[in-house]
Design a protein around this ligand. Structure first.
Ligand SMILES: [Mg+2]
Length: 284
């Protein structure tokens, strides 16, 4: 009989593992501890910065890998790496997949000009205003603004366009600059042509051999989790705070649905995965 496959859980953070309002992961503690007991590999996948991920990862009850700034870079703890993938110097392995932020400088005004939308850089707004808009603490907002690979922004005036139409318009303009726009729960992000799914594939290559691929379960709630969910063997859509599902994600053919929004739903979904259960279909 072959050995059971290792489990790799790749999860979005905001409104998925973290509460949309207070950013707490506490309701997911039972499932996080169960993942640790099962020897599973947890990877945090988000538009967050390395500085934010570092702080969060230090709080969680198990070691994690991180995919930061929407797939722009990957950080893997040494003990999770295949021996031949370990860096020469002791410590985590950092893989940069996207261009550095200096290459994005100046792209946001071009995007605003090309789309006719009013866009505002969060970095230019500063931590006090970002804390107000996001509900982050002032300290949390400072970490969020330590961008290395992306330009977060908000659409100040969409001139009556629907959110999906705004994103499509922004992406069409970003294509001409060889850049990518993604939409998270609150803000948009401008990055190089990176994606969370490709970053996850790179992670798998660093931690597992093709002969024994892990079972990959991905969880997310927003449009910018689509490529992550599509790249996983099991995709679990976490409902938004109002209980609805992001339509793009609910349209994934085999996606399952977490039983509640945020970390409480995450907790129950992961306990179901570990118990060998399947969740209801996201398509209703
Ligand atoms: Mg999210």
């Amino acid at each position: 009989m072959s050995a059971p496959r290792a489990l790799l859980v790749a999860t979005d953070l905001d409104a998925t593992l973290l509460d949309h309002h207070d950013y707490s992961w506490a309701p997911a503690r039972e499932a996080l501890e169960a993942l640790r007991a099962a020897g599973a590999h947890l990877c945090l996948v988000s538009s967050k910065t390395r500085a934010e991920m570092e702080r969060l990862a230090a709080e969680l009850p198990l070691p994690t890998s991180w995919i930061v700034e929407n797939g722009s870079a990957l950080v893997v703890p040494e003990e999770k790496l295949l021996p031949r993938r370990r860096p020469r110097k002791p410590g985590p392995r950092v893989v940069e997949l996207g261009p550095r932020r200096s290459r994005l400088a100046g792209a946001l005004p071009k995007l605003a000009h090309a789309t006719g939308l009013r866009l505002e850089s969060l970095v230019a707004l500063g931590p006090e205003r970002v804390a107000e808009l996001s509900g982050l603490s002032l300290d949390g907002a400072r970490l969020a603004l330590q961008r290395e690979y992306s330009e977060p922004f908000r659409v100040v005036d969409a001139f009556g366009l629907e959110p999906d139409a705004v994103t499509a318009k922004l992406q069409a303009a970003a294509d001409t600059l060889s850049l990518r726009v993604s939409r998270g729960g609150r803000f948009h992000h401008l990055t190089g042509v990176v994606d969370k799914g490709l970053a996850l594939a790179r992670l798998i290559d660093l931690v597992a051999t093709p002969k024994v691929p892990p079972q990959v379960v991905a969880l997310g709630d927003a449009q910018n989790d689509l490529l992550l969910l599509q790249s996983a063997e099991r995709a679990i859509v976490v409902p938004r705070p109002d209980g609805s599902l992001e339509p793009l994600l609910a349209a994934l053919p085999h996606a399952e649905r977490a039983p509640a929004p945020g970390p409480a739903g995450w907790n129950r979904a992961i306990l179901a995965v570990l118990g060998g259960e399947r969740l209801p279909s996201a398509r209703g």
